[in-house]
Design a protein around this ligand. Structure first.
Ligand SMILES: [Fe+2]
Length: 256
């Protein structure tokens, strides 16, 4: 991984590695099986069945290749973390369709703005007030199958991690980490996100099995709409994501 590019851009691609390709080959049948378990489908299908969110459905499959481990340790600034379970984000032709829980505004944001968000920030209550509820270390994406580049790729706004870090440092100034999950950051978040849309480059990140990409925990990111009429694999566009939780002191999460 190009560490300087990761620091500047907030994302980096991990080049093809046969060991990771072998991991994908071993893992994808297990992933397809997990996606098709009726209980998992009942829990995780969204957008009228065009997206299977699949948080924590991939068990016993940590991608422990050397380049992945090194990239993860660099993004985390430490080697003390637990990989946790994997997410299997599976997208189908026609994504997105309007979800029953989505307003027209939210749906349009999904369609036109890739549902761009900061991980861990939850919209709470009828007014969707934003508070940090989860503190992740990074986002690692590993494609589990071969797909066309326009089949709902991962999107990242280049350099946005630095802008969000500034915002969070200012917002949490004079507070203690144990209170961060209670602090409403809606206004600063929305203003900052609008600034990012205006100033940062939107990058579509597509990768092939055996490649991977890693995004900074503060990078604005999302998922593009599936290009209209494009055909993709029958099992959908499958990507495994790992987002380990931050496990040491929180100033490191904010500043590290
Ligand atoms: Fe995310």
């Amino acid at each position: 991984m190009d560490k300087a590019a990761f620091d500047t851009h907030g994302w980096a691609k991990l080049p093809y590695d046969p060991k990771l390709a072998a991991w994908v080959e071993r893992t994808s049948p297990q992933a397809i099986q997990a996606v098709n378990i009726p209980e998992n489908r009942a829990n995780w299908l969204r957008s009228q069945g065009t997206w299977f969110v699949g948080v924590d459905v991939l068990a016993n499959a940590t991608p422990l290749t050397d380049p992945v481990q090194k990239a993860a340790e660099f993004a985390m600034g430490q080697n003390r973390f637990d990989w946790g379970l994997g997410q299997i984000s599976t997208c189908y032709k026609g994504y997105p369709k309007q979800d029953a829980n989505e307003t027209v505004g939210m749906f349009n944001y999904r369609r036109k703005r890739d549902f761009a968000h900061l991980d861990g920030l939850k919209a709470v209550g009828p007014n969707r007030r934003r508070k940090m509820e989860e503190f992740h270390g990074f986002i690692l994406g590993i494609p589990l199958n071969e797909t066309p580049p326009q089949a709902a790729p991962f999107i990242v706004w280049e350099g946005s991690h630095l802008i969000f870090r500034d915002m969070l440092v200012k917002t949490y100034a004079g507070t203690v980490p144990k209170d961060w999950h209670r602090i409403d950051i809606t206004d600063a978040y929305q203003q900052t996100r609008a600034d990012i849309f205006n100033t940062c480059k939107r990058v579509e990140l597509h990768a092939k099995p055996g490649e991977a990409y890693i995004a900074h925990r503060f990078a604005l990111h999302g998922m593009a709409a599936w290009d209209k009429d494009l055909d993709g694999p029958e099992e959908g566009r499958m990507i495994a994501y790992f987002r380990p939780f931050w496990q040491t002191e929180m100033q490191g999460w904010l500043l590290g």
